[in-house]
Ligand binder design. Structure first.
Ligand SMILES: [Zn+2]
Length: 109
């Protein structure tokens, strides 16, 4: 799957891609929350959490493809969400490493 959208609203197809990605990732995580490792009781308990947060400034900087890349996301409970995100200003080196890795991935797809 290649997400090509940037700075526009998602089409129905792109939304379905994201839904599919969520299902795949939940399966990969063996139906458990990435943060607390407790199983999800329903799909509504499972939500994407971004390592580099989905802030407008970051989307502008790197594009939606990077921010919404599966390497930048885990699936967790809404209440566990804050356990995933990386504070970019205090972890710039780590964040840049992740961005570089994703950009490399995007080049190869
Ligand atoms: Zn959790």
């Amino acid at each position: 799957m290649k997400l090509t959208y940037r700075g526009k609203r998602l089409t129905a197809e792109e939304k379905m891609d994201i839904e599919q990605l969520k299902h795949d990732m939940i399966k990969e995580q063996e139906y458990k929350c990435y943060v607390c490792h407790k199983p999800f009781m329903s799909m509504s308990e499972a939500q994407f959490s971004h390592i580099i947060p989905k802030y407008i400034s970051y989307i502008k900087k790197w594009g939606y493809e990077v921010i919404h890349h599966r390497k930048n996301m885990h699936v967790c409970h809404p209440w566990c969400n804050s356990g995933v995100s990386l504070n970019y200003s205090s972890n710039q080196v780590e964040a840049q490493k992740l961005v570089d890795e994703i950009l490399e991935d995007l080049k190869n797809t």
